[in-house]
Design a protein around this ligand. Structure first.
Ligand SMILES: Nc1ncnc2c1ncn2[C@@H]1O[C@H](COP(=O)(O)OP(=O)(O)OP(=O)(O)O)[C@@H](O)[C@H]1O
Ligand SMILES: [Mg+2]
Length: 204
């Protein structure tokens, strides 16, 4: 850090404070993005601006956005995705889906945890899974987490000042694309969210 033209090493304490500021900025970015999208989706006039999207490029962009936050929290992210299939998607909307899934995985996973992607393309669909090693979600809440404003009542959730909007937005975006999003969890061991897109969206 440069103060008064003199370069000084920054203390551990300052480094820690900066990492918190950085984390809060990235959370605010996600919240603002969600509010804009929520507004657009609620107006009932949301249209898809479709274009052929290389799935790997979109996932790598989402990874880059959360890289610093993951580093600060010492959670390992998936390696760069090498997957070149193209799908006709609204790029901004689908990016928002993965930003939300990664934001959640980071928030609800403790230090030292791991986030992974799994991709499975078949004749009928493309499934993209986001898997974490976090606190998990109780069985009876696996559907409720997609409701607007629903937040699981755990201390882990309360520690983060979210609005309970992210997953409801994801579900609406997938509905508009003719796809689906669902959750499976093994409480205490982690959660996996599966985003699936119909093969009819494949852009060749
Ligand atoms: N990966 C996950 N692991 C454990 N619990 C999760 C995970 N993702 C979501 N949840 C639970 O589902 C709830 C709803 O998630 P959602 O993303 O809709 O809202 P939020 O993260 O609370 O707030 P927002 O996304 O609007 O900032 C969360 O509050 C949390 O309790
Ligand atoms: Mg969220």
């Amino acid at each position: 850090m440069i103060l008064d033209g003199q370069e000084k090493p920054i203390s551990e304490e300052l480094r820690f404070q900066l990492s918190i500021v950085r984390r809060n900025i990235s959370r605010l970015e996600n919240m603002i993005g969600n509010l804009v999208e929520f507004n657009r989706l609620s107006s009932g006039t949301a249209r898809l601006f479709e274009e052929p999207v290389i799935i790997g490029d979109m996932l790598n962009e989402a990874l880059r956005s959360v890289a610093l936050a993951a580093q600060d929290k010492r959670i390992s992210l998936p390696p760069e995705v090498d997957f070149h299939s193209r799908y006709n998607l609204d790029r901004d909307m689908m990016l928002r889906v993965f930003l939300n899934l990664l934001d959640n995985a980071l928030n609800y996973t403790d230090q030292g945890g791991e986030i992974r992607f799994e991709l499975l393309e078949t004749d009928s669909s493309l499934a993209i899974r986001v898997r974490d090693t976090g606190a998990g979600i109780p069985q009876d809440q696996l559907e409720k987490v997609f409701d607007r404003f629903f937040r699981a009542n755990s201390s882990n959730t309360r520690r983060h000042g979210g609005m309970g909007l992210g997953l409801s937005i994801c579900r609406e975006i997938l509905r508009l694309h003719g796809g689906e999003i669902s959750a499976q969890s093994n409480p205490g061991r982690g959660t996996v969210f599966t985003v699936s897109l119909p093969a009819s969206r494949r852009a060749g």
